[in-house]
Design a protein around this ligand. Structure first.
Ligand code: SF4
Length: 440
């Protein structure tokens, strides 16, 4: 890639932004310098939201060219029964309450078999914190899935579920070692990676206002650190537009960035890739000759079993049916801006996702020009957030995902959970690099 010319080489700051306060930030982006927290706030406060999107687009094109990733996946929300009652959550129910449900292992397995028949490469499995099911239920669920659908990658359990499993497995008092032990058991049973949910916003005031009882940001980060230590990749979300402020969002991004710096520093040393002198982290969003995209750690490829944050997924808050119904929720422009800022601030996370389920397909299409390189997948069922109170059947087709990407001027590329290219003929698929293990 070093022989390629940087997409930014012909740009001057004024070609990208029109507001003077964005010029120093544009200069930093062109050089590949890290943005400060104050820069992040300026990006939120400027009226030049299109300039913010242009900067994010430049970074996105440096990192991924015109590629728009998507995958063929299925979500399984195995139960909405939850011991907690986070006020922003319209998903949870108490056992016996109207609308409460629990899928037994056979039902989960049937859903997985249907997903395999439809050609899915990934199963995304999450649920509430069930008050009575034992830890063995979850390891059994994973191992039965592993046996039933051995080619499908199992992405399962948000960090708060992992902490819940740690408690019910009686390793709750063992702190970080207990988290590692639980994740080891789950990995052994078939877990392939962690989704990024449940991060909300890493801020104690917001936490105590809207999801008191749920884990705090430091615990969420510890769970992902442990997963990475065991070689499991994960994603990171940020739920915004509720009781938090814009500064808290920027701090949230910075905490993710710092953790990813520490994770990738070891790998970079192993790969002989220089770390940045300013942060001791790894630069992924700078000029092309500094971007080691092809050398990101891949399981089984780099000789170092390190997981890392693959993708940042900003999630807008939907007030409908939640305990915060009085709030307006974020606007479309705020969604675009937040995605773009996440792309710019998180210079060491390879991918940024426009999660169409929560952003809508139309907005996700616009986001491809504002920093997003990934549209997520075909999904089918999604119970966590009902857009405008709609049904839980949230399905799109490969054709639709490819069509919106192509119409926006991008090249749609199917990926698996670990961003490896997939080749497909109907429901039959294979990894483009057949030397890699299929389920990751
Ligand atoms: S957000 Fe998660 S932990 Fe909180 S109530 Fe909903 S399902 Fe339970």
């Amino acid at each position: 890639m070093s022989a390629m010319q940087d997409v930014a080489q012909d740009f001057a700051p004024k070609d990208l932004v029109r507001s003077p306060e964005l010029v120093p930030i544009a200069e930093k982006v062109l050089r590949g310098d890290r943005l400060s927290l104050e820069d992040g706030l300026t990006l939120y406060e400027t009226a030049d939201v299109h300039g913010v999107c242009a900067l994010a687009d430049l970074v996105r094109r440096r990192m991924h060219g015109r590629t728009a990733f998507y995958n063929v996946n299925r979500h399984v929300n195995y139960s909405n029964v939850c011991a907690l009652s986070c006020s922003f959550c319209a998903f949870h129910r108490k056992r016996g309450q109207d609308g409460a449900y629990e899928m037994d292992i056979e039902e989960v397995r049937d859903a997985a078999l249907a997903a395999a028949d439809a050609g899915a490469t990934e199963l995304h499995v999450v649920g509430g914190l069930h008050p009575w099911l034992p830890f063995e239920h979850y390891t059994k669920m994973l191992s039965e899935l592993r046996t039933a659908v051995p080619r499908i990658h199992l992405k399962a359990f948000t960090a708060v579920e992992i902490v819940h499993l740690q408690r019910i497995s009686k390793r709750g008092r063992d702190g970080y070692e207990g988290t590692l032990a639980v994740l080891r058991d789950l990995k052994e049973a078939g877990l392939g990676s962690l989704p990024g949910g449940g991060a909300e916003v890493f801020d104690d005031r917001a936490h105590d206002t809207a999801w008191k009882g749920k884990i705090r940001g430091d615990q969420w980060l510890d769970v992902h650190r442990a997963a990475h230590e065991l070689g499991l990749n994960s994603n990171a979300t940020m739920l915004y537009g509720h009781v938090e402020g814009r500064r808290e969002r920027i701090v949230h991004m910075d905490l993710l960035r710092k953790q990813q710096d520490r994770t990738l520093a070891n790998w970079a040393e192993h790969q002989n890739i220089g770390t940045r002198p300013d942060t001791d982290g790894v630069l992924l969003s700078g000029p092309l000759d500094a971007y080691p995209q092809q050398r990101l750690p891949m399981p089984g490829q780099c000789g170092l079993d390190t997981g890392y944050f693959q993708t940042i997924i900003p999630l807008p808050f939907f007030p409908d049916e939640s305990g915060l119904e009085q709030l307006p929720g974020p606007t479309g422009l705020e969604n675009l801006r937040t995605l773009a800022i996440a792309r710019l601030m998180l210079d060491n996370i390879p991918h940024a996702k426009a999660f169409w389920i929560m952003q809508t397909l139309g907005m996700a299409q616009l986001m491809l020009d504002a920093g997003a390189d990934d549209l997520d997948g075909t999904v089918v069922w999604y119970d966590i957030t009902h857009l405008g109170g709609s049904s839980t059947h949230q399905e799109t087709t490969v054709n639709d995902l490819r069509r919106i990407a192509t119409e926006a001027g991008f090249d749609p590329v199917e990926r698996d959970t670990l961003y490896r290219r997939v080749e497909r003929d109907g429901a039959n698929w294979r990894l483009a690099d057949e030397s890699l293990p299929v389920a990751g």
